[in-house]
Design a protein around this ligand. Structure first.
Ligand SMILES: [Zn+2]
Length: 90
């Protein structure tokens, strides 16, 4: 069973995740890995079928009121096609 988290198209192993825990940022940030509120929902690029990477994460109510009841918005992208998709978790 994998972690379900990806970076540069490769799934992160549990060992890598353990080392990255100290860098976990729950607020507004660019890049890195998503601070999921609910289940992991890594989107896959509709063109090349590779897991998309986090481009930006926004914490509702921190700098913007997104109407997500304290949730988060995640903007993912595929650097190959420059395609993006927005996910929200209230
Ligand atoms: Zn793609």
């Amino acid at each position: 069973m994998g972690s379900g988290l990806f970076r540069d198209g490769k799934e992160l192993t549990d060992d890598v995740l353990k080392n990255l825990e100290s860098l976990h940022i729950p607020d507004d940030k660019a890049f890195g890995w998503p601070a999921w509120i609910q289940d992991i929902e890594c989107p896959v690029c509709p063109c090349c079928k590779i897991p998309m990477e986090l481009l930006y994460q926004l914490q509702d109510g921190l700098h913007l009121n997104l109407g997500l009841k304290g949730g988060k918005a995640f903007l993912f992208w595929c650097r190959m096609e420059k395609t993006g998709t927005l996910l929200c978790q209230p």
